[in-house]
Design a protein around this ligand. Sequence first.
Ligand SMILES: [Mn+2]
Length: 354
Amino acid sequence: MRLKKLQTNLIKSKKFPYLISNLTNIKYLTGFGGTYANIVIDDKQIFFITDSRYTEYASSLLPESIEIIQMTTGLPDSLKDILKTVKKKRLYIDYSIPLSGYQSLNNNLGKIKLIPGADEIDSLRIIKDENEINTLRKAVEIADKCFAHLLKIIKPGILEWDIAVEIEYFYRKNGCTKSSFDSIVASGKGSSMPHYITSMSKKIRHGDILLIDMGCTFNGYNSDLTRTVFAGSIEPEFEKIYNIVRTAQEKAISSVKPGITTGKLDGIARDVIAGSGYGREFGHSLGHGIGLEVHESPAIKGGSTFRLKKNIPFTVEPGIYIPEKGGIRIEDVVIVTENGFEDLTQASKEIIIL
Ligand SMILES: [Mn+2]
């Protein structure tokens, strides 16, 4: 069980009792899907604090060895009681707590010493187990199918918004609870803004670039997919740029293997793009880890010394953006294997003119 594994790690690093308040981390550790909970892990006991809405649910979910505490007068009081029980005057706090939460504890826990914990849970979450990988694989597959579906309906004259709505509908129809984020459907000049906001009134025009960034949430796990297609025709400059981005992306992906740093990987894509004269037009990092959150550790960025390991999934998404003209981005989700990589994304990377 993940909670036990974390407890073992915390005992080894002597960081207990340890408080976790982040709901995604709590979901990862226990499966709890409610909207309020905290966990305190001590060396011999684990406490699960929630309010009256969730105590019954929590006791049906958690093993008997975990003590469920129903919060009545606020978190600081519950924590004081727990620390009294375990006879400790210190509390490690996971770094995912918001500053407001930290300050509230600091003001209300009296003589108890708060110690910033580290990224103990992030470092567990970063490497996925077989179950998680299969779920991710399914999320990526649904996004791929959605893209294939979009190719049948995209044509000049259709609204950006209509495409975004179609994505949302397709995802839900195919077993997803939601999109991973508001889909980006950016046409024409809008495609030069990496995080464009989809317009409710803008129609796709003949000759437009169309950048679509879309992902879904399947059983709690996220996918992320970007493809750039062309409405009616393609300008020679953007055909060239498309091929540079594609080469950069494929070169980075084929370099993925255990041991390579994410900084090096970013550099491989960046060198291709800079070597073609578009270095300044690739402003963001190469990618990000993906799982219970659409953006999670590790960051795939320049300067990072983080070394990839087997079963870490992440995105590879270089782009070139020419202000006032348009942009191209291509994004896949890949996973590190024993000796190399598997590209989970199957959506076509050929130049598509619709
Ligand atoms: Mn992404």
